[in-house]
Every structure is written in C-alpha cells, then in structure tokens.
Write a protein that binds this ligand. Structure first.
Ligand code: ADP
Ligand code: MG
Length: 257
C-alpha cells in the first residue's frame, strides 16, 4: 500500500454484550505509514475495538476493511494472515527461553496458523531447515527493533521495556502491514518509553502502520499522527495531537473520568 492511502477502514462498528453497548457506531481510518492513537477512559471500548479489528470478536454491525478487503467476520488467524499483527496488554513471554527463541516461536505459531498446546515440544520437533528459517526470520525482526545484542539472553532477564520491544519483534515476524499495540508504554520508566517511542518511529519511517491504545498522554501526543478518542463506547473526537489536546469534549472526558 502507498503511504497515505487508507489501509484500515472501520465503518460504524457496533458491539453489544447483552444489554451493554461496548462499541457504538465507531468509525475511523488508519492510513499506510501512519501511527494512530486510540485513547479514552477505562471501559471506553478500546480493547473491544481492537478485538473487532483482529477478529477475536465479531461486530454486531458495521464494516471493517483492510487493504481493500472486507475482514469483518473473518477468524483471527485469517486476519493475521492478511497482515494485521498485535500485542496484548500484558506481556506474554516464555521467560526461561532466549529472546531469539521467543521471537521464533511467535513466528512458528503464526506459520501454523494457530496456537499450539505445547510450544516447547513443537520447537523440538521442527525440521532443522524450518527451524533455521524461523531463527533467521526472528533475528531479522530483532535487528529491526534494535534488540539483536540481546538475542541469546533469557527473555525473563530483560527489563520490562525490553520485553515490550521483544513482543513487537515477535509481532513483526509475519511481515505485517499493520501493528496493533495495546498499552505498550504501561508501567515503563521514562527512558524506556523514549526507547520504545524511537523503535515505533523507526518502524513508521520504514512504512509500517501502527494503531495503539495508550494511557500515557505525553507518549501518545509525541508519537502519533492522528488520535481517536472514545468514551462509553462512542467516538467523541478525532484529530491531530494538537487538535485533541484542546478539544473540549476530550478535556471533559479526562477530567470527569
Ligand atoms: P477499554 O479497553 O477501553 O478499557 P473494553 O473494550 O475492555 O474497554 O470494555 C468496554 C466495555 O465492555 C466495558 O464496560 C467492559 O466491561 C465491557 N466488556 C468488555 N468485554 C466484555 C465481555 N467479553 N463481556 C461483557 N462485557 C464486556
Ligand atoms: Mg483495554
């Protein structure tokens, strides 16, 4: 996709859980090569929106299209296959395995199009050629995020900021067009946030598109090109960081929430 062309188009999606409208007629776009922030108070519907985009949940109504294809209703593995990768709100690593193995396992699980019951066993049973290809791909992903020097370190020994970047490397393994990051800066120290921000800016200059949920306003304002604000399931504002910072509805949602 050419930089600036619409990559992800979310069009009036809805999600109800029983009587609760978790996502209410929400529309927004992510253009190729852009970093979009999705912000809003707890319970606003941000994670549900992510789950609707990635196929973990299916919308009660509305349309989602990605790279020119209608993806609403597709299972998560099909969406991943089309080029949408994600990280989760909480770190999901195998702490006793190396950084490289953690990334390779992510790639392997994706190539199997599903999660294996016993990933360690699966790793041991891989054909050697296949294993070599996976490890090469994992090493490339670690280079892209600047973690190559920690390749042989145990993942559990990494600082939280490095673990978050490791998860991004793992998401990069299937060559996605769009990365969805759920609160990547949560709990990080100032310097770790800066390092993470640099990694994401670097990916953007390589043409990657990113949609991120994040509570840290300073981080979001510095990094994103466009911001979508949700409250009580609905989109209440969108615009550039400058526009959002002085938007009355946003100020109210944050001071009131
Ligand atoms: P956010 O990520 O913005 O904090 P969520 O998308 O997690 O918000 O949740 C939006 C609303 O939907 C909340 O009221 C939450 O309690 C509700 N919700 C989320 N997931 C479910 C579910 N699986 N079943 C029922 N209610 C849910
Ligand atoms: Mg959430």
């Amino acid at each position: 996709p050419t930089r600036g062309a619409p990559l992800l188009q979310v069009d009036q999606i809805n999600k109800r859980f029983g009587g609760l409208v978790a996502v209410n007629d929400v529309s927004f776009n992510v253009k190729a090569g852009e970093i979009v922030g999705l912000i809003g108070p707890n319970g606003a519907g941000k994670s549900t929106t992510f789950n609707l985009v990635t196929g973990l949940l299916h919308a009660s109504g509305g349309r989602v299209s990605f790279n020119g294809r209608d993806i609403a209703g597709l299972p998560a593995r099909a969406v991943a296959h089309l080029g949408i990768a994600r990280t989760f709100q909480h770190v999901r690593l195998l702490p006793g395995m190396s950084v490289l193995e953690n990334v390779a396992l992510g790639a392997h699980m994706r190539s199997q199009q599903g999660f294996l019951r016993n990933t360690v066993n699966a790793m041991l049973h891989l054909e050697r050629v296949e294993e070599k290809a996976l490890l090469d791909e994992a090493a490339r992903a670690l280079h892209r995020v600047g973690l190559q020097h920690l390749m042989h370190e145990q993942a559990g020994n990494l600082a939280l900021g490095q673990q978050r970047i490791l998860e991004i490397a793992r998401a990069l393994c299937c060559d996605p067009l769009l990365l969805l990051l759920d609160e990547p800066a949560a709990g990080l120290r100032h310097l770790e946030k800066q390092a993470l921000s640099r990694v994401l800016q670097e990916l953007r200059s390589d043409g990657m598109s990113i949609l991120l949920v994040e509570h840290d306003m300073e981080f979001v304002m510095e990094l994103t090109d466009h911001i979508v604000v949700m409250e009580f399931g609905a989109k209440i504002a969108e615009g550039t960081p400058q526009e959002i910072q002085r938007h009355p509805a946003v100020i109210e949602a944050y001071l009131g929430g």
